[in-house]
Design a protein. Structure first.
Length: 101
């Protein structure tokens, strides 16, 4: 991977943000709910089982875009990221409008 410096007007921070396990993050977001199972099988590497503790929004793709933009970092999107976002949007729409379906 390469990094291109496009301008010298900004200074890039090499800051490590707090991470938390997926299970702890879900437990934080839903404190009165019993969590039965969690699957964090996204990648084979064990380092990818933690996520940012504090994000600007609860939506994963929006949080990733805002974090990359605000910190002048690269963001790599795959078709799976887009399809998952579309599927989640359809799921939320059906759940909120269940009486129509």
């Amino acid at each position: 991977m390469s990094t291109q410096v496009l301008t010298k007007k900004i200074t890039l921070e090499n800051k490590h943000y707090d991470h938390i396990s997926v299970k702890n993050k879900i437990t934080q977001n839903y404190p009165n709910t019993k969590i039965h199972a969690i699957s964090a099988d996204c990648d084979e590497t064990p380092n990818n089982q933690s996520i940012l503790n504090y994000t600007m929004t609860s939506h994963g793709l929006a949080a990733a875009i805002l974090h990359a933009y605000n910190n002048h970092q690269h963001l790599r999107l795959t078709p799976d990221d887009i399809w998952l976002t579309i599927a989640q949007g359809v799921s939320h729409h059906i759940n909120y409008n269940a009486e129509k379906f």
